[in-house]
Design a protein around this ligand. Sequence first.
Ligand code: ADP
Ligand code: ZN
Ligand code: ZN
Length: 753
Amino acid sequence: RADAGGQLPDSSRSPPPRVLRVAVPTPLRRLFDYRPCREAPPGGWQPGIRVRVPFGRRQMVAIVMECRDDSDLALADLKPVDAWLDAAPLPEDWFWLCRFTARYYQHPLGDTLHQALPVLLRQGRSLAGRIREQWLVTPSGQAVDAARLKRAPRQAELLTMLRQHPHGLPTQAVLAQSFTREQLQSLVGKGLVERQEAPLTAAGLPASGNLLAEPALPLNREQAAALAAIHERLDAFHPCLLHGVTGSGKTEVYLQLIEAVVDRGRQALLLVPEIGLTPQTLARFRQRFRVPVVALHSGLTDNERLDAWEAVASGRAPIVIGTRSAIFTPLARPGVIIVDEEHDGSFKQHEGLRYHARDLAVARAHHHGIPLVLGSATPSLESLHHASRGDYRHLRLTRRASRHAPARLELVDLRGRPRQGGLIPPVIEAIRETLDAGHQVLVFINRRGFAPTLACHACGWLADCDHCDARMTLHRQPPMLACHHCDKRRPVPDACPACGSADLRPLGSGTERTEETLAALFPQVPVHRIDRDSTRRRDAFETVLNDVRRGGPCLLVGTQMLAKGHHLPHVTLVVVVNADSGLYASDFRALEHSAQLLVQVAGRAGRSSHPGRVLVQTLHDDDPHLRLLAQQGYDALAEHLLAERRAAGLPPFRFLALLRLESPREEAALALAAGAASALREWLKERELRVDCLGPVPAPMERRQNRYHLQLMLASDRRSQLHEACSRLTTWMEATPGARRARWSLDIDPQTL
Ligand code: ADP
Ligand code: ZN
Ligand code: ZN
């Protein structure tokens, strides 16, 4: 490799390969052969080098997968690649992960590689990080008499200016003073000035001494035990489930683990949920360490993303924090992977390359032979199952770092009680008392908009979406009916479209309505609404949170954006407007997910000096699952749900894959799905594979955006057999003419059915 201290491998001298087999970002599950171009990269042709290739009538960035001397096509028919883009192959660990991902999720390799690269690398930009060019006066430039430059007065002025900046001036600063590049070059030519390059993200480990900018907290007994357990084996695959109640100080354990890893010269990768990568979280890490903490999130520009990628891949940045896609960041010296809130749904990508970043983290830590920490107050049933089988080490933190234990859920029966903005009188009373005591209240409602829909009280008409099997949500700010599934919008009608009656009323409550009600009931305190609509401006959310953290009575009304991670020390009462949506949903994971959400929301209460209270409104206060959660907590419910899953033959006891099909024509979708199912069943029988094929059945919302959605489910207790069946299914789909006109996708380990 060219970067290995200038020692090029012999391949640079051996004859070039006759064929480059490359991966191109297309939906086709195959590689393509090209001839090398005349000029070889400085390190010779090697797998992992990006090339530009003619593909159809376009040019594409492709990656060399194999260098070979033969092809299935006649060598004379192969086109040459246009150019090479990398002097050295892309990082090997990244390559391994992409191959693994493509195989495991049965996704085309070319597209997997493409998705796993920063946008600028996909477009062919060089991997060398962006450079800051700067200009310094040389010793002779310091000594020379500027008057000697009297025939070039601007150069003399430039030299005088540069002399005032002994550490150099970046090009932009020079040009901003209306000097030119030519003037700079003339001074360089005279030996008075020199040009220097520094990577923009330059900064690495402090040369010696302390990594820490501020001291670590003394750990409590449980934290210390957990850290010691992880610490026992830092140089082997060592998966741990850090199962700690909300506020138990998991983050402090991560911080001290990262310290130990970085101290050994290794890198740490921390994955956090989309909602968890807040300026507050980042600040906590940046305050602790004197080394750079690179953040990878959706707010970065393409240039910043490339810089970050390069800084981590080169090993200069020892700590990376990122959301889902950060799992694809190459690490020069991997030391630990941590997944915070490992149960969070945002780790799963639901379109295109349908991967789960937590599951890839496990595979990657195994590959590198490093520790893996999965942290959560409400671990996924998958991870709990692994822990109970002894695959993962189960580390528990049962106590909060602050004085008060997390509050129990108090169920409040909604039946037959009048509601205002979704809230019943005793709950409104509890809010009043809390505010009177000078504390803050968080009202959680899982619906944005004003009301879930609009109804006619004369004839029963409901505002249905024309394109989906769904109701349109009523919004007031601005006023409209909007479908949250296809984004169709309509003006709010003045009269019922069915019977003409003017008696149209909002049905149920969303965040806007609850906010309006609370503002009317408590005019003396501020009411902050937090949902996707109120936080479109990037910093709006942080501004509100900073306000709230200062203290003083206030009301927070919001969706799950508020539920996770945020430290809200003055909130002592949490109200859940309605806990029922997940109780009777058709999806087998719905209960697990709504229990996790309830516990996370409840965890916002009582984080500092005052104990907290959590009121959960429900129409089903006798529901056995909800009762178990309220009375015995998440762990007891999880155990119960695991027993149910085992009995029903569902994950984590069996493995699932889902083929999703959609078409504008219902019959076309049905015929295709039925064809796929029968072809697969026949093949399974022939092979005597233990894979069940269920369906096709309509998807939970059959009509979405005027397209019909069907699905076929594959289930097996053998992962390898399930994969064989999936592979067969994709081959069949690709070979079937009807499938090319429909949209279809395969989802391995689907999170929702
Ligand atoms: P979690 O990630 O488990 O929800 P955090 O790590 O955010 O919990 O910790 C919750 C609060 O407790 C934070 O304010 C943190 O500073 C504090 N904390 C954590 N560990 C300790 C400790 N050992 N001593 C004192 N305070 C601690
Ligand atoms: Zn009507
Ligand atoms: Zn719709």
